[in-house]
Design a protein around this ligand. Structure first.
Ligand code: MSP
Length: 657
């Protein structure tokens, strides 16, 4: 008998990061699985949360003059809000600062200790604070952290160790007997080979900082953050008193960066504690933006809010799982999102809903008629459930969407082939009723099948055709007969229009770094210079009023920031093609500079996408750029190149012009 429960988890996120596309990816995938298994009629438990201990939080809280808990109380909300906007329906949100979790971790450590698997030793290693990870010398890249490339510290401390080495054979045996545990398959050899090379015991306590769970065997120590965090997957069930119902976990979803912790350390901890192992740990690929991993530490992340605001939660959910096979890496681009939105969601699905609604309204008085079904549409719809299920079980979301869209297109084609408008003209009432009846039922099935990916759209289709989304068991072809069709609403308005409206504020400014290569006095104006500048791919001439503030020699050689899309103008008879940025107040002036950047480097705020359209000076004046801490801000965001924040040595609040 197949089990009628399903347990899925996401990693618990570090709350000091801003929720980004990477976090959203795992969480959406978990939500999709959860919703699918609910449609199958199972009892589902979907867990997510935040990982709140560790030195990084301790330090950041101190900087803000808060206690770590006050600090994380503020931050965890950002994740809850993001998940709400994305229609994520989790069953519990665990925080590692929950009292129940802390107690459970201590109990687990006591159990592992009773097994003889913990001993006191001394740990020496290269520690990266932002990544909360110790590295060996061999793992370092140019002496820096291999993950975030930052400086590491050589630390030596007394530490309790977990006998990970003892579990090498047992783990290898488990992998062999449970080939799905390490998923996707392409990741198996990497883990298995590393385990075969031998496992080192793991340091699981720290004394160098305080923000963690007290180590139950020795209160001078706190529990290593990963030992603490991994335990959440069980402590949450223990709190909800549903361990027996849901454990072992069906799928832990993780990013490939944290595979080792989940596929080696976590099962070893469980083996030691005598707890059954999870069935599958699936590690998905990374999203990059311009080839860089998204994380706050690197300042490179796509603003999730922008994607949700412009395209809606459904479109983003759909896009992330459709664009890439789940195990592989890929690059996020708004262009690709836009294409899929317009073509697949708008043209294929959105239009189908409009067409079926229009047919029923026009030819059947807005009521789904009784009729004999088109057998092919019916049997294909029914068959689809098993085919989709196969891909859900292997987490091949893109393939599931592929076959689902094949069906959607086949329904569109059926309407084209049947030409219901001609059937109406020729009074072929029975045939016409078959078309309306069958396409409406096809849509109802489609609404159920897409519900895990696009829950809002599924609800809208259900409302239009007067039905309630239900489990597959209760979904029967024919159930729509005599139901009323409500007014059609466009599901996915085309986006070009929206995009144009969106360009405002900072995105209107195309700012680039330029090197001043030559400076001459202006022939007709004593306060102006005529400068030649290098913009990387082109050279230009600009006129600027700097004579009172610096000599030509001081100006020459500087890496300035230039507004490149300003309408060219003649200033006292000399052409000026662009304008440099500077701050000026009480007779003093400071150029906006980017000394470490290259000519041609774009200057933007995070997540913005500058337009290349020409603007006039008036438009520029409306966009307020100001100085704070010798940096330049648009609203509360710093202007940066890919290597640095741009500088302007003027008092706070000086306006840039
Ligand atoms: N706190 C740990 C996890 C502990 S689980 C017991 C942690 N947190 S995290 O906030 O850094 O990120 C967790 C997960 O976010 C990654 O494993 C991955 O699932 C997801 N992603 C973060 N950046 C990502 C991308 N750029 N692309 C895709 N997912 C990535 O690690």
């Amino acid at each position: 008998m197949t089990k009628n429960t399903f347990y899925v988890t996401t990693p618990i996120y570090y709350p000091n990061d801003i929720p980004h596309i990477g976090h959203a990816y795992t969480t959406i995938a978990a939500d999709v699985l959860s919703r699918w298994h609910k449609l199958l009629g199972k009892k589902v438990f979907f867990l997510t949360g935040t990982d709140e201990h560790g030195e990084k939080i301790e330090l950041a809280a101190k900087e803000k003059k808060m206690t770590p808990l006050e600090f994380t109380n503020q931050l965890e909300k950002r994740f809850r809000e993001a998940w709400k906007k994305l229609e994520i329906e989790f069953d519990d949100f665990i925080r590692t600062t929950d009292e129940h979790h802390k107690k459970y971790v201590q109990e687990l450590i006591t159990k592992v200790n009773d097994k003889g698997d913990i001993y006191l030793g001394e740990y020496e290693g290269y520690y990266c604070v932002p990544c909360e990870t110790y590295w060996t010398e061999l793992q370092l890249i140019d002496g820096n952290c291999p993950e975030c490339k930052r400086v590491v510290q050589l630390l030596k401390e007394e530490s309790y160790f977990f006998r990970l080495s003892k579990y090498q054979d047992k783990l290898l045996d488990y992998y062999k007997k449970n080939p799905e545990f390490i998923s996707p398959k392409s990741r198996q050899s990497e883990i298995i080979n590393r385990v075969k090379e031998g496992l080192k015991d793991l340091s699981i306590s720290r004394t160098s900082f305080k923000w963690g769970i007290p180590f139950p065997l020795d209160t001078k120590h706190i529990v290593y953050v990963w030992f603490d965090a991994l335990t959440n997957y069980i402590s949450a069930l223990d709190k909800n008193k549903n361990f027996d119902e849901f454990w072992p976990c069906d799928v832990h979803l993780v990013g490939k960066d944290i595979s080792w912790f989940h596929k080696v350390i976590w099962p070893a901890m469980l083996l030691s504690a005598g707890i059954e192992l999870p069935k599958m740990v699936y590690s998905h690929g990374w999203w990059t933006v311009e080839g860089e991993k998204m994380s706050k530490s690197k300042g490179n992340f796509v603003i999730l809010d922008q994607a949700i605001e412009e395209y809606g939660a459904d479109a983003l959910r759909y896009f992330l799982l459709r664009e890439l096979p789940f195990g592989l890496d890929g690059n996020f681009s708004f262009k690709a999102l836009n294409d899929r939105y317009n073509n697949e969601l708008g043209n294929d699905l959105g239009n189908l809903v409009m067409r079926v609604n229009a047919l029923a309204t026009k030819y059947c008085d807005g009521i789904i008629p009784q009729a004999s079904a088109n057998k092919k549409l019916e049997s294909d719809a029914l068959k689809l459930q098993n085919e989709l299920n196969k891909y859900y079980n292997t987490l091949e979301f893109n393939k599931a969407l592929d076959i689902l869209w094949g069906y959607i297109r086949s329904v569109n084609k059926y309407i084209n082939d049947e030409k219901p408008w001609e059937l109406a003209k020729n009074n072929k009432t029975a045939e016409l009723a078959t078309v309306v009846n069958s396409t409406a039922h096809a849509l109802a099935y489609i609404a159920h099948y897409i519900e895990p990916f696009t829950p809002l759209t599924a609800r809208k289709i259900a409302e239009q055709f007067s039905f309630k989304l239900t489990t597959f068991k209760d979904l029967k072809w024919g159930f729509l007969e005599n139901k009323k069709v409500n007014k059609a609403t466009a599901l996915f308005a085309r986006i070009e229009a929206k995009k144009q409206e969106k360009i405002e504020g900072i995105e209107l400014l195309n700012l680039k770094v330029a090197k001043v290569i030559d400076v001459k006095p202006h022939p007709n104006a004593e306060k102006l210079y005529t400068a030649q500048i290098d913009l990387g791919t082109e050279k230009r001439q600009i006129v600027s009023g700097l004579v009172d503030y610096m000599s030509a020699d001081e100006f020459k050689g500087q890496n300035i920031v230039v507004l490149t899309n300003l309408k060219p103008a003649k200033l006292r008879g000399v052409e000026s093609n662009g304008m440099l940025l500077a701050g000026e107040t009480s007779g003093k002036l400071s150029l906006v500079l980017a000394p470490k950047s290259k000519p041609g480097d774009q200057v933007t705020i995070e997540g913005s996408n500058p337009s290349t359209a020409q603007i006039d000076f008036k438009t520029f004046q409306k966009i307020k750029l100001t100085v704070k801490n010798n940096k330049v801000y648009y609203k509360d965001k710093e202007l940066k190149t890919k290597t640095e924040s741009v500088q302007c040595n003027m008092p706070d609040n000086t306006k840039i012009s």
